[in-house]
Ligand binder design. Structure first.
Ligand code: FE
Length: 196
């Protein structure tokens, strides 16, 4: 049997105390979690990225004001009041971290993965991003400048990955499945069509 996750134990304890005191309804909590796991999530962000890859005017709006541009899709609300989008280029690679806790743009990416909340990721991505990215499978050329962005409760960042080569003939709908959650955090590139 594996060790219980201390955070999971703490969350469960907290939830039962709050429930006991009538401060929360566990059913309402489950509804919120299911909403973010199923209805919102990286699929939303993928649609946004695919549109930006195929529509230059939208791309400009997205980079100028992420919150407003994603609202065109109806995406917004909690944990997304100020979404800022960072475009990767041949020379610059962006990667997002929340050094303090786990701030993340929920309306476009859903709930953050566990590793994003880990102390190791939060501290090491700032101190040695190139090494951490390589460990995560993204070996960047030395000539590529890495920019690390610290998400906070106010500003939440999302990466606009580069459009994979060999995808000129694909529509936005065909491109969206190439856009992974990790590519929008900046710890991976978008997939090539043959990687799917
Ligand atoms: Fe945070």
């Amino acid at each position: 049997m594996s060790e219980p996750d201390p955070i999971a134990v703490r969350v469960e304890a907290l939830e039962s105390i709050l429930t006991e005191r009538g401060l929360i309804d566990p059913k309402a909590v489950d509804t919120v979690i299911a909403h973010y796991e199923k209805d919102v999530g990286p699929l939303n962000g993928a649609k946004v990225v695919a549109r930006a890859w195929t529509d230059d005017a939208f791309r400009e709006r997205l980079l100028a004001n992420g919150t407003k541009a994603v609202a065109e899709f109806g995406f917004g609300g909690g944990e997304g009041a100020d979404i800022r989008v960072l475009a990767n280029t041949d020379d610059v690679h962006n990667v997002v971290v929340c050094t303090l806790c786990s701030c993340y743009p929920w309306p476009v990416l859903g709930l953050p993965p566990n590793w994003y909340k880990s102390e190791a990721y939060r501290s090491r991505m700032v101190a040695e991003p190139r090494t951490v990215l390589a460990e995560l499978g993204l070996a960047l050329d030395e000539s590529v400048h890495i920019r690390v962005w610290d998400s906070s409760a106010e500003a939440r960042y999302m990466v606009l990955p580069q459009r994979p080569t060999g995808t000129d003939d694909l529509s936005a709908d065909q491109l969206a499945p190439l856009v992974t959650r990790d590519s929008m955090i900046g710890v991976a590139q978008a997939l090539s069509p043959h990687e799917r």
